[in-house]
Design a protein around this ligand. Structure first.
Ligand SMILES: [Fe+2]
Ligand SMILES: [Fe+2]
Length: 332
């Protein structure tokens, strides 16, 4: 990133201190996974586990495939902290740096860490999944990393995280809704809690980008178009369980069919961000800026049209074994 752009982030230090860090929740006010799990140190532990397993029995296998994929995505958190620390001007230079950007990134990571912990322990106790295969997938995934193509550029990085936080807000919200439909209100509460964290994170990241649109509208809109042209790859796109070479696509297909995360959601997120940053109203842009503006403002509609055409052509998808659920078959 050119030095003058790095300067923009340095000049925003005070702003970030005032406007970004307020979206973190103090640890003492945060929920912890243990608040929603059977307490191993209490006499009622076995009874609580039994109840959890009874509730989990009513939930179909395809839902577990999606919940496992979501959990694995959350568990690859080291990758995401690494990714944010590739960004020029905002990275944590020491590991305990006191710039607001570094404080935010560490505390955000610490909040996110609860998501994987909670889902992991729930899934373990449910007795419905092959934990060893799941753990292998997590190890493979962290080993593989990710490439969101944000190129050390915090404009691209924060547009990417804005999109992703909203994507996870939507998908955890949908797993909450489905858990409720299957009658597991406790699991619905767990997914809903995680979704509400994601929403708060979305608010923070979209606020950073909103500020970039204010101080550098041309740079921001060009970055937005650049990121969308590259497509927002999902953080766990390199997942592998040692068996299925198309694991991510197959998991995504089940998530799409169940309505947990779909191409329509992708288009809706894009549309939401265009509105959130008032991209249509930008004036005084350069030629490149105007082209970028036109591109992002029309993109959601184009994605929807392509998706409708693709859907019309799709034949029945096959059933497939997932190692995460002991090789039971699920409809893609
Ligand atoms: Fe999360
Ligand atoms: Fe998140």
């Amino acid at each position: 990133m050119p030095p003058e752009k790095i300067e923009i982030f340095k000049s925003l230090d005070g702003w970030a201190e005032q406007n970004l860090l307020v979206h973190l929740k103090p640890v003492e006010k945060c929920w912890q996974p243990q608040d929603f799990l059977p307490d191993g140190s209490s006499d009622g532990f076995e009874e609580q586990v039994k109840e959890l397993r009874e509730r989990a029995k009513e939930i179909p296998d395809d839902y577990f495939v999606v919940l496992v994929g979501d959990m694995i995505t959350e568990e690859a958190l080291p990758t995401y902290q690494t990714m944010i620390n590739t960004l020029d001007g905002v990275r944590d230079e020491t590991g305990a740096s006191l710039t607001p950007w570094a404080i935010w990134t560490r505390a955000w990571t610490a909040e996110e860490n609860r998501h994987g912990d909670l889902l992991n322990k729930y899934l373990y106790l449910s007795g419905r999944v092959d934990m060893r295969q799941i753990e292998k997938t997590v190890q493979y995934l962290i080993g593989s990393g990710m490439d969101p193509r944000t190129e050390n550029n915090p404009y691209l990085g924060f547009i990417y995280t804005s999109f992703q936080e909203r994507a996870t807000f939507i998908s955890h919200g949908n797993t909450a809704r489905l858990a409720k439909e299957y009658g597991d209100l406790k699991l619905a509460q767990v997914c809903g809690l995680i979704a509400s964290d994601e929403k708060r994170h979305e608010t923070a990241y979209t606020k950073i980008v909103e500020k970039l649109f204010e101080v550098d509208p041309d740079g921001a809109v060009v970055a937005f178009a650049d990121m969308m042209r590259k497509k927002i790859s999902m953080p766990a796109h390199l997942m592998y369980d040692g068996r299925d070479d198309n694991l991510f696509d197959n998991y995504s297909a089940v998530a799409q069919r169940l309505g947990v995360y779909t191409v329509k959601d992708y288009a809706a997120i894009l549309e939401f961000l265009v509105g959130r940053w008032e991209v249509e109203k930008l004036t005084g842009l350069s030629g490149e800026g105007r082209k970028a503006q036109e591109y992002v403002c029309g993109l959601a509609q184009r994605i929807r049209r392509l998706e409708e055409r693709a859907q019309a052509k799709i034949k029945e998808l096959p059933r497939l074994k997932f190692s995460w659920i002991h090789d039971r078959e699920v409809q893609l």
